[in-house]
Design a protein around this ligand. Structure first.
Ligand code: FAD
Ligand code: PHB
Length: 397
C-alpha cells in the first residue's frame, strides 16, 4: 500500500488533517485503533474558538455546527459566592466562542471524509513506524487479521497522548516538559436545560466546579476531585449535592437545575509538551505532542491549529518540493503551544483548590480573582486568550 500522508489516529487532529489535505488534492490514509462507534461517542471537549469555527465553516464542515451549536459572548467567574461576568465579546472586538461537543466535530469529519471517498481504517492493531529518517517512511499495522505495510512520504502522528508515534522517536531527540496537578475533574452529562446562559467557572473552598452545556436539553458539568478518584464512589445524589454546594451564591439568586445523569468520568489534569514536534518525516500534532489542563478549554483548538499549519506546509511540500514550511512547522506551532500552556496553567492555578495549609497561595489566588474581575486590562487578557489569539500573532517568530 502507498499513500502520500499516513495518519495515525482518527481524533480531531488526524481526521481534520485528512480533510484539509484532501481539499489540497493530497492523498492520505487514516489508521485508528478504536471502532468508529467508540471515537464518535467519546465525550471530551466542548468549546470551539472562533478561529476553529471559521476553519470548519470555510472547509465545508459548518452545516450542522451552525444549526446546532450555541454561541456564547461571555462567561462567569464565581468566587466567594458571587458571580462576575467576563464580557468576552465586548473585550475582544466582538469575538465569540461556540459550544459544540468534540464528538460532534468528529462525527462531522468522519462523515465528510467517507462521503468524499476517504480511507479511514478503524480497529487496526499493532501499529508500528519504520524508516522515519528516510524519504519513504512506513507504517505497519494489522487489519482484519492481516498484516499490512503502508508506505508514505510523510507520517502524521495524531494518535493522542497515549499513542505510539511520539514513543517511536529515539531517546535523546525530544525534550519533554511535564507538570501534573494534584487533582482531576469528574465530568458528567445530564439531561437538563442550562441553569445559566453562559459557562460558570467557580472557585470554592471545597474545590473548583464548572457548569457548561451541550444543547438546550443537555448540560456538561465538572467537579474538581482527586486525580485517581474512584467514580464508583460518586452516586448521582452525591454529585448533585456537591454541585449545589460549590455553585451556590451568597444571596441565593442561583438555582442549579437537576436532570438524569447519563455519562460520568474522571480525567486527570496535566500540562505536557515535547520539543521538537518533528523527527525526520514524522510530524506530531495535537495531544500526541502536547496536553493542556482543560480549564482553558484549549486542547481541541490547539490540535486544530497544529493541523492547519501542517496541511499548509504539506501543500507547499507536495506542490513544489519546498520544505521551508515543513522545517518551520515545529517552531511555529510551539510558539502558540507555549502561549496556550501559560494561559491554561494560569486559569488552572486561579480556579482550583490547592494545598489547604498554604494560606499565602489562597490569598494570592483571591487577589488575582478580584483583579481579573475588576480591571478591564486583566479581564481583557483573560478574554483574548479564551476566545483565541490570532494565529498570526501567536506563530510569528
Ligand atoms: P485524540 O482525540 O486523543 O485522538 C487520538 C486518536 O488516536 C484516538 O482516536 C485514539 O484512539 C487514536 N490512537 C491512539 N493510539 C493509537 C494507535 N496506536 N494506533 C492508532 N490509533 C491510535 N479538552 C478541552 O478543551 N476540554 C475538555 O473538557 C477536555 N476533556 C478531555 C477529557 C479526556 C478524558 C481527554 C483524554 C482529553 C480531554 N480534552 C479536553 C482534550 C481534548 O479532548 C484533546 O486535546 C483532543 O482530543 C486532541 O485531539 P487529538 O486528535 O490530538 O487526540
Ligand atoms: C466543556 O464544555 O466540556 C468544557 C468547557 C470549558 C472548559 C472545559 C470543558 O474549560
Amino acid at each position: 500500500m502507498r499513500t502520500q500522508v499516513g495518519i495515525v489516529g482518527a481524533g480531531p487532529a488526524g481526521l481534520l488533517l485528512s480533510h484539509l489535505l484532501d481539499l489540497e488534492g493530497i492523498e492520505s490514509v487514516v489508521l485508528e485503533d478504536r471502532s468508529r462507534e467508540y471515537v464518535e461517542n467519546r465525550v471530551r471537549a466542548g468549546v470551539l474558538e472562533q478561529g476553529t469555527v471559521e476553519l470548519l465553516t470555510d472547509t465545508g464542515l459548518g452545516d450542522r455546527l451552525h444549526r446546532e451549536a450555541l454561541v456564547h459572548r461571555g462567561l462567569e467567574l464565581r468566587f466567594d459566592g458571587e458571580g462576575h461576568r467576563i464580557d468576552l465579546s465586548g473585550l475582544t472586538d466582538g469575538r465569540t466562542i461556540t459550544i459544540y461537543g468534540q464528538q460532534e466535530v468528529v462525527k462531522d469529519l468522519i462523515a465528510a471524509r467517507l462521503g468524499a471517498g476517504g480511507d479511514i481504517r478503524f480497529e487496526v492493531e499493532d501499529v508500528a513506524l519504520d524508516g522515519l529518517t528516510t524519504d519513504v517512511p512506513s507504517i505497519a499495522f494489522t487489519h482484519d487479521g492481516e498484516r499490512h505495510t503502508l508506505e508514505c512520504a510523510v507520517v502524521a502522528g495524531c494518535d493522542g497522548f497515549h499513542g505510539i508515534c511520539r514513543k517511536a522517536i529515539p531517546d535523546g531527540v525530544l525534550t519533554a516538559y511535564d507538570r501534573t496537578y494534584p487533582f482531576g475533574w469528574l465530568g458528567i452529562l445530564a439531561r437538563v436545560g442550562p441553569s445559566s446562559d453562559e459557562l460558570v467557572y467557580t472557585n470554592h473552598e471545597r474545590g473548583f466546579s464548572l457548569l457548561s452545556v451541550r444543547s438546550p436539553e443537555v448540560c456538561r458539568m465538572y467537579l474538581q476531585c482527586e486525580p485517581d478518584e474512584d467514580i464508583g464512589e460518586w452516586s448521582d445524589d452525591r454529585i448533585w449535592d456537591e454541585l449545589h454546594t460549590r455553585t451556590a451564591t451568597r444571596n441565593g439568586d442561583f438555582t442549579l437545575k437537576e436532570g438524569p445523569i447519563f455519562e460520568k468520568g474522571v480525567a486527570a489534569l496535566r500540562s505536557f509538551v515535547v520539543e521538537p514536534m518533528q523527527h525526520g518525516r514524522l510530524f506530531l500534532a495535537g495531544d500526541a505532542a502536547h496536553i493542556v489542563p482543560a480549564t482553558g478549554a484549549k486542547g481541541l483548538n490547539l490540535a486544530v491549529a497544529d493541523v492547519r499549519r501542517l496541511s499548509e506546509a504539506l501543500a507547499r511540500f507536495f506542490g513544489s518540493g519546498d520544505t521551508d514550511l515543513l522545517e518551520g512547522y515545529s517552531d511555529a506551532c510551539l510558539r502558540r503551544v507555549w502561549r496556550v500552556q501559560h494561559f491554561s496553567w494560569w486559569m488552572t492555578s486561579m480556579m482550583h483548590r490547592f494545598d489547604d495549609h498554604d494560606d499565602f497561595q489562597r490569598q494570592v489566588q483571591r487577589s488575582e480573582l478580584a483583579y481579573v474581575t475588576s480591571s478591564r486590562a486583566a479581564a481583557t487578557a483573560l478574554a483574548e486568550n479564551y476566545v483565541g489569539l490570532p494565529i498570526a500573532t501567536l506563530e510569528a517568530g
